[in-house]
Write a protein that binds this ligand. Structure first.
Ligand code: ARG
Length: 460
């Protein structure tokens, strides 16, 4: 086959090299970004008088028709082309003849691919943010129905202190809000236009990079042409931010898996979002959450792969950088799917409130409240803590709970205990009194929900 660079070469490219060198199978997904970039470039070439305005118009028309033919399926991407840039240019030349050959004036595939990458990342940041918002919305709805659903909060996966399911869910809402903000931060540094860097050293043509940036909706223009074609850190940041989303999703998944076990039984998944076993008839497995937890590995791996691709590259473009897309695309696809399916799975699940309360009643999660009771009556907290520890030991010995110990038992350890201790360590009271800002009391969680809802309506 004849390559674009045939003039310099005496032999044709081998079939093997051609296949190995190609990226069309991967970068074809950016056809729209590529064509829009070319349209903006052509318009600028015309406006600057670098090519005749009439030819610029023809280029734009031709590109536009390629775009709609690709979208309608009338035109199929030629998998034998080297990459999406070559495919569009050769299709344009097929359609327009000599005029098509003017498009690549004052441009290189090096700045073209940098542009496509940036346009793509900008688009996908918005898409991921949309999925994050959707999941946060589901968490809010679930929380609103569980403001008084008492459950144990855990440390070391040991029952620790009483919280509510709403409070627990709002912890995840705040994580996903930060993920959203992280995406906006990445967007700031992605929103910089590289076209006009050309191969690496700019151009002698009188281009107007700022006009191109305006047409394509970029806020800034990269100010160094070598950096413009060499930088992939916006993709790394995006891959990193996506890895953090997966870390959060994976922690949530881990909890869902625990909650669905007979050991916890806090959550019942809808049959449509669970799976059975091929041999054990009793099984109902949380496969979705396990897969989300598992897929976290590939998203972390994608970040590591991209970091490693970039680490030894001298300026400016190197073909290694063609390896920048496949991993990132995989991370984007994985994160969007995981966010969407987790949201649906949670939205359709049933919260087993009784079981949560039952778990709360065991495990001495009101022990801190006993110590606080004494501390409020004047006992220094450290001594109150010790007395409570002794009470817990007694309760364990008697195979009972703190609220079932007699007042006599309490008095063995401190005269400060009164009948009101029982009310004080009732789990409802324990939660109700935790009104500190950010705490699990209903009024406190309502404030948290208010913050999240405001975020949902205002986040851009
Ligand atoms: N397919 C290439 C990539 O994805 C486009 C840039 C090619 N540039 C070059 N000088 N060979 O990176």
């Amino acid at each position: 086959m004849e390559t674009m660079w045939a003039g310099r070469f005496k032999k044709q490219i081998s079939e093997m090299t051609n296949k190995f060198n190609a990226s069309i199978g991967i970068d074809k997904r950016m056809f729209e970004e590529d064509i829009k970039g070319s349209m903006a470039h052509a318009a600028m070439l015309g406006a600057q008088g670098i090519i005749p305005e009439s030819e610029a118009d023809k280029l734009i028309e031709g590109l536009d028709s390629i775009l709609s033919d690709l979208k309608s399926g009338k035109l199929k991407i030629d998998e034998n082309a080297e990459d999406i840039h070559m495919f569009v240019e050769s299709e344009l030349t097929k359609r327009l003849g000599e005029t098509g050959k003017r498009l690549h004036t004052a441009r290189s595939r090096n700045d073209q691919v940098a542009l496509d990458n940036r346009l793509y990342v900008k688009k996908e940041i918005a898409a991921v943010q949309g999925e994050l918002k959707n999941l946060i919305g589901v968490l809010v709805t679930l929380a609103e129905g569980n403001l008084d659903t008492i459950m144990p909060g855990y440390t070391h996966l040991q029952r620790a202190q009483p919280v509510t399911f709403a409070h627990h869910l709002m912890a995840y809402a705040s994580m996903f809000m930060r993920d959203y903000d992280r995406m906006s931060d990445v967007n700031k540094r992605t929103d910089v236009m590289p076209l006009g860097s050309c191969a690496l050293a700019g151009t002698t043509h009188p281009i107007d990079r700022f006009a191109v940036a305006k047409t394509l909706g970029f806020s800034e223009v990269c100010f160094n042409s070598m950096d413009g074609v060499s930088d992939r850190d916006f993709m790394l940041e995006f891959a990193g931010a996506l890895a953090i989303v997966m870390m959060h999703l994976s922690r949530l998944s881990e909890e869902v898996i625990l909650w669905c076990s007979w050991e916890f039984k806090f959550l019942e998944l809808d049959d449509a979002y669970a799976t059975g076993s091929s041999i054990m008839p009793q099984k109902k497995n949380p496969d979705i959450s396990e897969l989300v937890r598992g897929k976290t590995g590939r998203v972390y791996g994608n970040l590591m792969a991209l970091l490693t691709v970039m680490k030894g590259l001298p300026l400016a473009y190197n073909k290694d950088m063609q390896e920048d897309k496949e991993n990132l695309f995989d991370s984007v696809d994985t994160v969007k799917t995981c966010l969407a399916i987790t949201a649906e799975m949670l939205r359709t699940s049933t919260v087993l409130k009784e079981n949560m309360l039952k778990a709360g009643k065991q495990g001495f999660i009101n022990a801190t409240d006993v110590a606080d009771y004494l501390a409020k009556k004047g006992e220094p907290f450290r001594s109150a803590y010790k007395i409570t520890g002794e009470l817990v030991a007694l309760a364990i010995e008697k195979n009972t709970t703190l609220d079932a110990l007699s007042l006599e038992d309490y008095h063995r350890f401190s005269p400060l205990f009164n009948e009101d201790i029982y009310k004080e360590i009732d789990l409802k009271t324990c939660v109700k009194k935790r009104v500190s800002y950010g705490g699990p009391a209903e009024e406190s969680v309502k404030k948290q929900i208010g913050i999240v809802k405001k975020f949902l309506t205002e986040a851009k």
